[in-house]
Design a protein around this ligand. Structure first.
Ligand code: TLP
Length: 345
């Protein structure tokens, strides 16, 4: 078999292809120049996204990384301090953009399975003095990628938001996969969003769009964020072609995330029965499965690639698998069999 064509691609939910309906919608989308403010499809998407999470308005940006950066930069001034989890995507995978571009100092707090430790978080807040930078923003990630795709309970969001309001801080949720959290917990995304000043989410992951994220917040915030997006080169012209996919995603792709969660659980349960693999089932809450291997993760990756199953190691002996629309139940069964074979060979 050619190792260039995966049968089952578990590298990320970012690999999802647009649906035929999305491709059709791209062809017929009414477009304008969104930087000049007259692309009707982008405007429709921005309104729909905002409604879906109960915010006043939203801003369409090219990626989840830009959504976080634009949000952080809009919430802060250079030299301010922001609080994030040690394993936050913004800290681990965004090439240092909070420091390099927003010019903020970051301070970390620890989490358990992606759920922030309240005492650490509260203890990290500082006011601005002659000596100390003031803390102005807390960034939370739900679902939490590096913790396993875990869900932060609503009650924790509520406690953190009350604390933030008491101390005069803003809260941004990196909700790249907030709809996964919403489906898993049976809680509307708007309830999480109500515990934050801004929330961003991605269309290009489980929701299967080719490109795009939205930052949702107040009109006043989004007006300022629009200028920051332009500054970073993120203004897009006939972006309605992309927004058209987003409209379909919000209508039709949210509920099906449930299937991805079932598939992840199936994978996790089977892998935990294979000798030499260790899965922390407590962390398997949405569409990700992280597991430890006794042997080298890279060697297993190569052996599985031969069998047409792709994934990415995240450390020498740690692997992440992500389920999504383009992995069917048969695909999951195939991958399980391939893991069982690779583990004994
Ligand atoms: N995550 C990617 C990789 O960068 C790790 C993935 O494959 O999971 N927030 C969170 C929580 C994310 O997981 C990601 C992407 C982003 C932001 C950034 O989104 P993009 O890739 O659109 O910049």
């Amino acid at each position: 078999m050619s190792s260039d064509t995966p049968i089952v691609d578990l590298r990320s939910d970012t690999v999802t292809r647009p649906t035929p309906e999305m491709l059709q919608a791209m062809v017929s989308a009414p477009v304008g120049d969104d930087v000049l403010g007259d692309d009707p499809t982008v405007q429709e998407l921005e309104q729909k996204a905002a409604r879906q999470v109960g915010k006043e308005t939203s801003l369409f940006v090219p990626s989840g990384s830009m959504a976080n950066l634009v949000s952080i930069k809009t919430h802060t001034q250079p030299g301010d301090e922001i609080l994030l989890d040690w394993d936050a995507h913004s800290l681990c995978y965004e090439v240092g953009s909070p420091a390099a571009v927003a010019m903020v100092q970051t301070r970390q707090f620890r989490s358990d399975l992606g759920v922030p430790r309240m005492d650490e978080l509260a203890g990290a807040i500082k006011s601005s003095t002659l000596h100390t930078p003031g803390t102005v923003l807390i960034v939370l990630e739900n679902t939490h990628n590096r913790a396993g795709g875990t869900v932060i309970p609503l009650e924790i969001h509520q406690r953190i938001y009350s604390l933030a309001q008491e101390r005069g801080l803003n809260v941004h949720i990196d909700g790249a996969r907030i709809f996964n959290a919403s489906i898993a917990a049976g809680i509307p995304a708007a309830d999480y969003a109500a515990c934050a000043d801004t929330i961003s989410f991605c269309l290009s992951k489980g929701l299967s769009c080719p490109v795009g994220s939205l930052i949702c917040g107040s009109r006043e915030f989004i007006d300022r964020a629009r200028r920051v997006r332009k500054m970073l080169g993120g203004g897009m012209r006939q972006a309605g072609v992309l927004a058209a996919c987003g409209l379909i995603a919000l209508e039709k792709m949210v509920d099906r995330l449930r299937e991805d969660h079932e598939h992840a659980r199936m994978l996790a349960e089977s892998l935990s029965g294979i000798r030499g693999f260790r899965v922390d089932m407590r962390a398997v809450q949405t569409n990700m499965v992280y597991f430890e291997t006794v042997g080298s993760a890279a060697a297993l990756q190569a052996a599985m690639k031969q069998r047409g199953v792709w994934f990415m190691p995240v450390a020498e002996r740690r692997i992440r698998l992500v389920t999504h629309k383009d992995v069917s139940r048969e695909g999951v069964e195939y991958a399980i069999k391939a893991f069982q074979e690779a583990a004994v060979s």
